[in-house]
Design a protein around this ligand. Structure first.
Ligand SMILES: *Cc1c(COP(=O)(O)O)cnc(C)c1O
Length: 490
C-alpha cells in the first residue's frame, strides 16, 4: 500500500483565502446556535481515528461547512458575558504570520524584536515605569502566578531563604480583596503556599477593598506577608481598588504590591476614570490581558515586574546544555547566533508563540487614538446603560459602573423572588441570542451583568439590551407556564 506522507506545507495564499471566506460567513451570525443543531454537525464530525487522510481539499471543506459555522457565540456583537471577546482581524493575521514565519520567540528576528518593542509600547501606553521587565503569558491567570512567584521569592529572600531553590519551610500570606480573581487563589496553591494562604479582605459597597481592614489583617498576621493583590477592575463588576492606599500600606509593611489589571488596566485611557489609576507605577508588578479589551486572540496576557533579576531567580530554568551551547559570545552575525531576550528565564514556558507581534499589530493598525476611542466608548456604554436603568421604573441599578460592566436587574412589586425571576429572564436572553450578558451576585442579589469589551459591539447594544430585558420581563410576568413551573414564587 502506498502511503502519502506529505502534509501540505505551503499554498497559504490559496488556503487562507478559502478559510477567510468561511470565516467572513461565520461573522454574519445568521445561523442557529450550535446547541440547537448539534445533531447536524456532531454526527458528521464524529469519525473514527482516520487511518488514511482525506487531504487538504476535503479537510478545508469540512472546516468551512461543519466546524466554523458551528463555532462559538463569543465574537457576536451582542455577546457581553464574562470578560471575553473575539479577536480583530489585524491580531488574527499577526497570529497566523507568527505561526509560519517565527514559530518561537528566540533568535534575532523581526518578530522577536516586536516582542520587546510591544512590551515597551504597553508600558508607555499604560504609564508604567519604562524599566519594568515585561513577559507575555498565556493569560491573566499565568500573569498572576508569575507576579506572585516573584513576590514569594522576595519575601523569603528577606529571611535568607531561596524559595525557588529550596522550597518553602514556613508559611506566608497573600492579601487580596474578596472580589479578587480566583487565579490568585490557585497561584497560592501552585506556589506551595496553599489556598489557605489567601486572606480575603472585605470590600465596600462599590466592590473596592477596604484599606483599614487590609491594614488590620496584615498587622495581626504572624506569618510572612508575601504580597498584597489589588484589582484594577474586578472581574465581578469592574471595581478599581484604592491604589494609593494599597501603595501606602505595601510600603509601610515593606511588602510586594501586585495590581491585577487583566481586564481593567486599559481603562486608564479613559479620562473619566484615569484618576483611579494614580499611583500604579509604584506597584512591584502589574498584569494586563491584551486578549480581553485590546482584541488579541485568546492566549495573550502580560505581566510587568520591576525587579528583573529577582524575577529571573524565581523562574530560571537553570543553564541547559542544549540552549546555552547554541549561542555565540562574539558579535552576532546571524539570527541564530543569539537567542535574544531570555523570556523563558522569567516565566513558566519555554516554547511559546511570538505574541508581541499580535500586540504590535493591534496598536499599529488603530494607534493609541483608536484603542482609547474603544475603551472610552465601552465605558460610556456602561454609564449610559446605568443612566437609562435609573430612569426606568421596571429596572434597578445594582452597582454604579466604574468601567465597562453595568450590573442591574428587572423588578416589579408583583415579583416575590427577584433572584429567580432575573435568572429566568437572563436564560431567555441567552436563548434568544440577540443580547447575551452574563449574571453575577451584587450585595446578595442576582444581577444582569453586561461587560462591553468587544470591538464588534456597537453603541446600539445598550438600547437593544434594555428593550429586550423590558420585553422579556413583561412576558415573563404574564407567562403562566413559567409561573407554575416555578411553584408560583412570584
Ligand atoms: C480574566 C481575569 C483574569 C484571568 O485571566 P485569564 O486570561 O482568563 O487567565 C485574572 N484577573 C482578572 C481581574 C480577570 O478579569
Amino acid at each position: 500500500m502506498q502511503v502519502d506522507e506529505l502534509a501540505e506545507c505551503g499554498a497559504l495564499h490559496y488556503w487562507l483565502g478559502a478559510l477567510g471566506e468561511h470565516l467572513d460567513d461565520y461573522l454574519r451570525f445568521d445561523r442557529p446556535d450550535p446547541q440547537q443543531t448539534k445533531h447536524k454537525w456532531k454526527e458528521p464530525l464524529n469519525q473514527s481515528l482516520p487511518i488514511v487522510g482525506v487531504g487538504m481539499e476535503q479537510l478545508v471543506a469540512e472546516m468551512g461547512q461543519i466546524v466554523i459555522p458551528n463555532g462559538a457565540q463569543i465574537p457576536h456583537p451582542g455577546f457581553s458575558s464574562y470578560i471575553t471577546t473575539g479577536p480583530t482581524t489585524s491580531a488574527t493575521l499577526a497570529m497566523v504570520a507568527g505561526a509560519i514565519a517565527a514559530p518561537q520567540r528566540i533568535g534575532l528576528h523581526a518578530f522577536n524584536y516586536l516582542e520587546e518593542l510591544s512590551l515597551r509600547w504597553l508600558l508607555e501606553l499604560f504609564e508604567l515605569t519604562p524599566s519594568m521587565q515585561g513577559l507575555y503569558t498565556s493569560g491573566g491567570s499565568v500573569a498572576n502566578l508569575i507576579a506572585l512567584g516573584a513576590a514569594r521569592q522576595r519575601a523569603y529572600e528577606k529571611r535568607g531563604l531561596d524559595a525557588a531553590r529550596e522550597g518553602i519551610s514556613i508559611g506566608g500570606k497573600v492579601f487580596a480583596s474578596a472580589e479578587s480573581h480566583h487565579s490568585v487563589l490557585r497561584a497560592c496553591a501552585v506556589l506551595g503556599l496553599g489556598r489557605n494562604a489567601l486572606v480575603k479582605i472585605e470590600c465596600d459597597d462599590e466592590g473596592r477593598i477596604c484599606p483599614d481592614n487590609l491594614e488590620a489583617r496584615i498587622k495581626e498576621s504572624s506569618e510572612p506577608v508575601i504580597a498584597i493583590v489589588g484589582n484594577l477592575g474586578s472581574t465581578n463588576a469592574g471595581a478599581i481598588d484604592p491604589v494609593q492606599d494599597l501603595v501606602a500600606i505595601a510600603q509601610a509593611h515593606d511588602t510586594w504590591l501586585h495590581l491585577d489589571g487583566a481586564y481593567g488596566l486599559p481603562g486608564i485611557l479613559d479620562p473619566h476614570v484615569k484618576r483611579f489609576y494614580q499611583g500604579i507605577e509604584q506597584a512591584n508588578s502589574v498584569s494586563v490581558d491584551p486578549h480581553k479589551w485590546l482584541g488579541a486572540p485568546v492566549g495573550v496576557g502580560v505581566v510587568f515586574v520591576k525587579d528583573k533579576e529577582l524575577l529571573q531567580r524565581a523562574f530560571t530554568q537553570e543553564p541547559a546544555a542544549y540552549l546555552e551551547g547554541s549561542e555565540c559570545s562574539q558579535g552576532a552575525q546571524h539570527s541564530l547566533d543569539q537567542l535574544g531576550t531570555p523570556y523563558s528565564e522569567f516565566g513558566v514556558e519555554l516554547s511559546a508563540p511570538c505574541r508581541g507581534a499580535i500586540v504590535w499589530a493591534l496598536l499599529r493598525e488603530i494607534g493609541v487614538n483608536g484603542m482609547q476611542a474603544r475603551i472610552v466608548r465601552h465605558n460610556e456604554m456602561a454609564r449610559k446603560l446605568a443612566q437609562r436603568v435609573l430612569n426606568i421604573p421596571e429596572l434597578e441599578l445594582l452597582r454604579e459602573p466604574m468601567l465597562s460592566i453595568c450590573c442591574f436587574r428587572y423588578r416589579s412589586k408583583h415579583i416575590s423572588n427577584l433572584d429567580k425571576f432575573n435568572s429566568e429572564l437572563h436564560r431567555r436572553l441567552i436563548h434568544n441570542s440577540q443580547h447575551m450578558p452574563s449574571t453575577t451576585i451584587i450585595n446578595g442579589c442576582v444581577a444582569i451583568r453586561p461587560c462591553f469589551i468587544g470591538a464588534r459591539t456597537p453603541d446600539s447594544e445598550v438600547d437593544g439590551l434594555i428593550e429586550e430585558v423590558l420585553q422579556v420581563g413583561s412576558e415573563l410576568l404574564n407567562d403562566a407556564t413559567w409561573l407554575s413551573a416555578s411553584q408560583k414564587t412570584l
